[in-house]
Design a protein around this ligand. Structure first.
Ligand SMILES: Nc1ncnc2c1ncn2[C@@H]1O[C@H](COP(=O)(O)OP(=O)(O)O)[C@@H](O)[C@H]1O
Ligand SMILES: [Mg+2]
Length: 241
């Protein structure tokens, strides 16, 4: 079963083609990583699939529905964590997620359960500006999941976290997928993609270079190496986030 199907997806900002004729399929239940250096086009690609950005060309089908123009039938079924996650100012963690729950007409109890699940039960009364980077990311993931979506988009949820906080988040991300949800994650950390993802889509300068399992990509392009070696083999450039 197909969760996402993208054909010929293209988006330019002026002279810059940020996403260039991308074809991509994500199966239901998969954990897919969209990976590549900063500026590769990951966020633009994701935001088009989420129905938040208008494509210049191409077709996007999400859970059997067209993604653009913004499709209200999809809203209850998808969860979106934006790269620049903005919180409502001066709210506590609990107030923040309860606000999301109200927007989605979800019982407050579900919001409290999510706070516990992401390990923020003890921080429920803290203001969002007083959370650590890792705690803020957990809260923003909980807010994206409060309505129990079947498909979740997470845009660089571990960027700017220290290595320990990043690894702590990995367990949560795995658990979200093990619940049966389809997960699409962007990251510029190749080790993270290798650790978490069933398949990775490597993006560079807006183009999809490869889409396969990390194991298959390493075997085909960088025997004995890792995804950074795959990037070097595909582009002739050392990988730099
Ligand atoms: N709103 C915008 N206007 C103009 N250029 C943009 C805009 N958003 C992104 N870009 C450019 O498009 C390219 C892809 O950006 P982005 O999709 O954010 O990549 P990534 O998420 O991989 O870092 C970059 O060169 C970026 O500077
Ligand atoms: Mg981005």
């Amino acid at each position: 079963m197909t969760a996402i199907s993208v054909v010929g997806l293209t988006k330019a900002y002026g002279d810059l083609t940020a996403v260039d004729a991308v074809d991509l399929t994500v199966d239901v239940g998969e954990f897919v990583g969209v990976i590549g250096p900063n500026g590769a086009g990951k966020t633009t690609l994701l935001e088009m699939i989420e129905g938040l950005r208008r494509p210049d060309a191409g077709e996007i089908t999400v859970l059997g529905e067209p993604a653009w123009p913004r499709n209200r039938r999809l809203q209850p079924r998808i969860g979106v964590q934006l790269q620049a996650s903005a919180f409502f100012e001066r709210l506590t963690a609990r107030e923040q997620i309860h606000t999301f729950a109200a927007l989605y007409r979800v019982p407050a109890r579900a919001a409290d359960e999510w706070l516990e699940r992401v390990g923020l039960g003890e921080k429920a009364a803290s203001r969002v500006e007083d959370l650590s980077g890792g705690q803020a990311q957990r809260l923003s993931i909980a807010c994206a999941l409060v309505h129990d979506p079947e498909l979740v988009f997470l845009d660089e949820p571990t960027a700017a976290l220290d290595p320990q906080a990043r690894r702590n988040l990995w367990d949560l991300l795995r658990a979200i997928n093990e619940d049966g949800r389809t997960v699409v994650l962007t990251t510029h950390y190749m080790d993270e993609a290798e650790a978490l993802c069933d398949r990775v889509a490597i993006i560079d300068h807006g183009r999809l270079l490869q889409h396969d399992t990390p194991t298959a990509l390493v075997a085909a392009h960088a025997g004995g190496g890792n995804l950074e070696d795959v990037f070097l083999a595909l582009t002739g450039r050392e990988y730099r986030a």
